[in-house]
Ligand binder design. Structure first.
Ligand code: BTN
Length: 339
């Protein structure tokens, strides 16, 4: 069995793992497993062998049975699907040990008509992409890199507001899962932890002039990568959850929680747009009321951040009581100016 097999709850290894997990560290007799699955002892033995090959530690004691000792911290279907509470997001979950970019991979599936809710998650990316053509550092075995396929019936100009809403979903999950983290959102969609970047969101879309065919929401989250593994220039600006909470974090649990929250946020955004999220977005925003400069393609503007509009633009107050809405750009906070 390959770890990148599409999550299939009818696969016997799903049932075997379920039985072992239900025993909660106790033994499950081979006879019980055979009875439940209607297969031979040899077949069970082969499945156990395959699971061990994937990194599951399973003990086998004659006359007592099998016991699950440890499971790999991998965001594949065998681990994630049993934890899913989302209605649609991730019910079609594709795990890849390696891919150039989960967004790119899912874009191709979307063109072939894959349904909304499909999720691609990879253990590592060889060409992980960030905003503005930057690279996203994507080493194996540590973090979360995943993309969601959404098919909202909206116009293309609504998509930036969806990206903001998804950033809020990430902050909500981190806030709920780990107490007392110093979290923040930096427009448009950087998630910061202690002022350094812990997650980023990249939305790609396929659209006609007035209709979106699909949006691919790509989320990268530094989960367990130690800061020592980051390149020196990244070390100043990036951080992982593990660096701060000082313990290994379960990638499957975090992914399942993120998919549920992304679904909640997406459902609400589809009905009401960004409006119901604005107050919360501004509360988390590290830019709110700060003096900033924004690099636009042909010039730089400087002003005080007054908020975010329902279309997802950043509102700047400029000298002379003028206001400017920024639709895209890199924002830099000017030092020495506090809320
Ligand atoms: C950014 O902050 O610049 C956005 C980073 C987005 C990274 C994620 S990782 C999963 C998905 N696949 C990609 O190639 N990029 C996004």
């Amino acid at each position: 069995m390959l770890p990148h097999a599409r999550a299939n709850p009818h696969n016997p290894v799903f049932t075997i793992l379920q039985l072992l997990r239900q025993a909660a560290g106790g033994d499950v007799s081979g006879q019980d497993i055979c009875r439940q699955l209607h297969v031979s002892r040899t077949a069970i033995w082969k499945h156990m062998h395959a699971l061990r090959g994937l990194g599951y530690e399973i003990s086998a004691v004659p006359h007592r049975g099998y016991r699950l000792l440890t499971s790999p911290n991998a965001p594949w279907g065998l681990e994630v699907v049993p934890l899913l509470q989302s209605r649609s997001l991730g019910r079609d979950l594709i795990y890849l040990p390696e891919v150039e970019s989960t967004n790119r991979f899912l874009e191709r599936l979307a063109e072939d008509g894959r349904p909304e809710g499909t999720v691609v998650v990879a253990d590592c990316q060889t060409q992980g992409r960030g905003r503005m053509g930057r690279a996203w550092f994507s080493p194996p075995g540590q973090n979360l890199y995943f993309s969601l396929l959404l098919r909202p019936g909206v116009q293309p100009q609504a998509v930036p507001s969806l990206a903001l809403a998804m950033g809020l979903a990430v902050v909500r999950v981190l806030h709920k899962s780990f107490a007392k983290l110093d979290l923040g959102l930096k427009w448009p969609n950087d998630v910061l932890l202690g002022g350094r970047k812990v997650a980023g969101i990249l939305c790609d879309m396929q659209s006609e002039i007035d209709r979106v065919r699909c949006v691919i929401v790509g989320i990268g989250l530094n989960v367990n990568v130690p800061s020592t593994a980051l390149a020196p220039d990244l070390r100043r600006t990036a951080v992982s959850l593990r660096d701060v909470v000082a313990q290994e974090i379960s990638r499957p649990q975090l992914l399942a929680a993120l998919l549920l929250e992304c679904e909640h946020v997406y459902d609400r955004w589809q009905k009401h747009g960004l409006q119901p999220f604005l107050h919360e977005l501004e509360t988390w925003s590290v830019l709110q009321n700060r003096e900033v400069t924004v690099a636009l393609p042909e010039r730089q503007v400087r002003g005080r951040v007054a908020g975010i509009t329902a279309t997802g633009a950043l509102v700047l107050e400029l000298p002379g009581h003028r206001r400017q809405e920024i639709l895209s750009g890199d924002v830099h906070v000017l030092p020495g100016w506090k809320r």
